[in-house]
Design a protein around this ligand. Structure first.
Ligand code: NAP
Length: 263
């Protein structure tokens, strides 16, 4: 995720020499510095030194120890801290880093790797308008950004756009498998399914009309699409999607309790 952000920022015209990256894994750093002319270090505290913005992009499981080891430098410098760790609450970060720290918590998704991500962001009251804009411009380098007023909505974001790419992949897999049954080779079925998903999403993005209208427009009465859509409806497709998203949101709440527990 951090690599995608760095790539997006540099493609957006940010100066690579203003980006300092720390990772415990030297091979990761070598891979990054081969791709981008950035400064690298294995010492998190020296990466943070003098920074206006600190992006925390480690796994949720290690966030507590990483944040606590940075607490002194961060409390002294008071930079904006951006966290992209799933399930780690703003209050947990504040507890580990310092009560007055400006924090923007973000939930991006994997299409950020191809600069087509969807990120939801929540800023705590210590973040100024300028800091919110900086956070937004950083995440905008890898896709679209929406702001949340209520941090509790992060679990819903995780269920919709966070885990969402996997649902789309699942649908593509199902289309491919059904295409195979209809007589296509695996490769052809995959290509047709994939390009259809891409084409439909591109069409919807470029259209002024919503998905419902676009769907209705390609569903002629008595036609093939109508027969398929009726089959989806009879099978409870929408109810199943709703059930899946509620389950994902519930799991997100459980994980937040596990990793972001400050008690
Ligand atoms: N991937 C997604 O779709 C997605 C979506 C939304 C949010 N996120 C969040 O983004 C964060 C990063 O996810 P990711 O998939 O990019 O994980 P990742 O590939 O494991 O990246 C985390 C990096 O941090 C390094 N690291 C571990 N401990 C460290 C330490 N003490 N100090 C400095 N660096 C350390 C890791 O090194 P090692 O490999 O050696 O451990 C790894 O290179 C996670 O918190 C995740 O919840 C990810």
């Amino acid at each position: 995720m951090a690599g995608s952000l760095i790539g997006g920022l540099i493609a957006d015209g940010w100066n690579p020499s203003s980006i300092r990256v720390s990772d415990t894994d030297n091979r990761q750093l070598q891979r990054l510095s081969q791709r981008f002319p950035i400064m690298t270090t294995t010492d998190n505290n020296s990466a943070v030194e003098g920074a206006d913005v600190v992006v925390l992009a480690v796994k949720p499981q290690v966030m507590e120890s990483v944040a606590q080891a940075l607490a002194d430098s961060i409390s002294k410098q008071q930079p904006l801290v951006i966290s992209i760790a799933a399930g780690i609450s703003e209050s947990a970060l504040r507890h580990w880093l310092g009560e007055k720290i400006a924090i923007v918590r973000c939930m991006p998704n994997t299409p950020a790797m191809v600069q087509s991500g969807a990120t939801a962001m929540y800023a705590n009251p210590h973040a100024s308008d300028d800091q919110r804009s900086v956070a937004e411009s950083i995440l905008r380098a890898v896709g679209i950004v929406i702001w949340l007023d209520d941090e509790a909505m992060m679990d819903a974001v995780t269920a919709l756009s966070g885990s969402g790419p996997a649902y789309i992949f699942l649908f593509i897999e199902a289309l491919q498998a059904a295409g195979r049954e209809l007589g296509f080779s695996e490769k052809t079925a995959y290509l047709l399914a994939l390009q259809t998903a891409f084409g439909a999403a591109k069409m919807a993005l470029e259209s002024e009309e919503d998905a419902t209208l676009l769907r209705q427009r390609v569903t002629s009465p008595g036609g093939t699409t109508e027969r398929a859509i009726n089959t989806f409806d009879e099978g409870g497709f929408k109810e199943l999607v709703s059930k899946a998203l509620h389950a994902a949101a519930e799991r997100s709440r459980e994980l937040s309790k596990e990793f972001g527990n400050t008690k």
